[in-house]
Design a protein around this ligand. Structure first.
Ligand code: FAD
Length: 375
């Protein structure tokens, strides 16, 4: 099975979910890995995310699912609430890491990153903060990389894991548009109400909202604002504006509005997608995670794809005699699954904006079942 015979040194650009998990997966198969991360320190914005079954399955393969379950809040059910505030149905997601463990987990991003960083470092990965790549020169079987601190590396593989606005994509000559879907998504950290033991999703007359527990004491409220131009609001206004947007929802959302106005952690981001059509590699350079395929957040599965990428890349490199062949096999294995998720997330965004909530929920359910298939 182990066919790879070349030098095993990799430079990864970006210490996000994709970069850190790829680093650990590669280091476990004997690669020496350095990461260049642009942020000056490890601080990660404080809102939460949901790790669905495929994320947990991929994290379990790295031995990290239990740490995430311990730090986060395990769940199995999504409750859909209609525009009148009445629960309309409950969807039980597939349990991909065994019947005794939850189907999904809500977790604070800083906790997830702490777990991923600790594992990468345990595997011997060196993470440099405040560093980026300024030029990439693929040679035969090697890559010459220049870094923003003036140093250079000659490595066997360069991995661009630098997110939806990837600059590695540009350095490699790949062009892909980043599409704005006409929605802004809000997140606010709040105390967890006792009734929030799974995900709640609330249909609204204009927007949609929801609640995801991320620990016994905390949850995050999300709201997707439809039909707005992308733009910034002053941080000082975010909590009050989100609380306002929530007041029009009936039922249990009424409880969330005051919690949100007291929140000191509210963010508002554009809903954007990107998908790199064709190859994701040039020789021994490859892009992964959101840099190659960024879905809209409605499926809560971008992190799943990012984590799977790292595992599949490491597997395919073991199966092939050169980095280039391994990278090509990686792309061949990943492209369809990632394209389907990105396209489905765009359709869900459109259905939400057309207020076709039950169709959106059915599509989410179908896509979660497709994602349950092995990566
Ligand atoms: C509002 C929102 C909510 C979401 N909720 C969920 C959810 O609940 N569940 C889920 O699975 N997914 C969710 N996602 C998607 C998920 O966050 C992404 O798919 C995932 O973070 C992608 O990981 P990544 O490592 O590819 O990119 P990122 O997480 O963006 O990480 C990229 C890293 O690269 C660094 N970087 C950027 N440029 C450079 C550079 N030039 N040089 C060096 N470093 C650089 C960045 O600082 C960052 O650390 C959500 C996304 C959004 C926007």
């Amino acid at each position: 099975m182990n066919k790879f015979r070349g030098m095993r040194s990799a430079m990864i650009v970006g210490a996000g979910v994709a970069g850190l998990t790829a680093a650990s997966a590669l280091a476990r198969t004997g690669w020496q890995v350095e990461i260049a991360e642009a942020s000056p320190d490890r601080a990660t914005a404080g809102w939460g995310l949901c790790l669905t079954g495929p994320s947990l399955r991929a994290l379990d393969a790295l031995g990290l699912a239990d740490a995430c379950l311990a730090e986060g809040y395990g769940m199995r059910v999504i409750t859909h609430v209609d525009v009148d505030g009445i629960p309309s149905d409950q969807v039980e997601l597939p349990r991909l890491i065994g019947a005794r463990r939850p189907a999904m987990v809500g977790i604070a991003r800083p906790q997830l990153h702490r777990i991923l960083h600790a594992e990468a470092e345990r595997c011997g990965v060196v993470v440099h903060h405040g560093l980026t790549v300024t030029s990439v020169d693929p040679q035969q079987d090697l890559v010459d990389v220049r870094l923003s601190d003036g140093t250079a590396r000659r490595v066997a593989m360069l991995v661009g894991a630098d997110g939806i606005r990837s600059s590695v994509r540009g350095l490699l000559g790949f062009e892909t548009p980043v599409d704005y879907l006409g929605q802004m998504v809000w997140r606010a950290l709040v105390p967890r109400p006792g009734w929030a033991t799974g995900i709640h999703q609330f249909a609204g007359e204009v927007n949609t909202a929801g609640l995801v527990p991320i620990s016994r004491s905390r949850a995050y409220v999300f709201l997707t604002e439809n039909g707005v131009q992308p733009g910034m609001l002053p941080d000082s206004e975010l909590a009050a504006r989100l609380a306002d947007l929530l007041t029009v929802f009936p039922g249990r959302v009424e409880e969330l509005s005051p919690l949100t106005s007291a929140s000191d952690s509210v963010v508002r981001r554009p809903v954007q997608t990107a998908f790199l059509t064709g190859a994701w590699n040039r020789g021994n350079c490859v892009v992964i995670g959101d840099a190659a395929h960024a879905p809209a957040p409605q499926m809560a599965s971008g992190a799943a794809l990012a984590i799977e990428d790292g595992l599949v890349l490491a597997e395919e490199l073991e199966r092939h005699s050169t980095v280039e062949r391994g990278a090509e096999a990686f792309v061949a294995r990943r492209a369809q699954r990632c394209r389907t998720l990105v396209q489905t997330s765009v359709r869900i965004s459109g259905l939400e904006q057309a207020q076709r909530h039950s169709e959106a929920y059915r599509l989410v359910d179908t896509c979660h079942r497709q994602m349950a298939e092995p990566a």
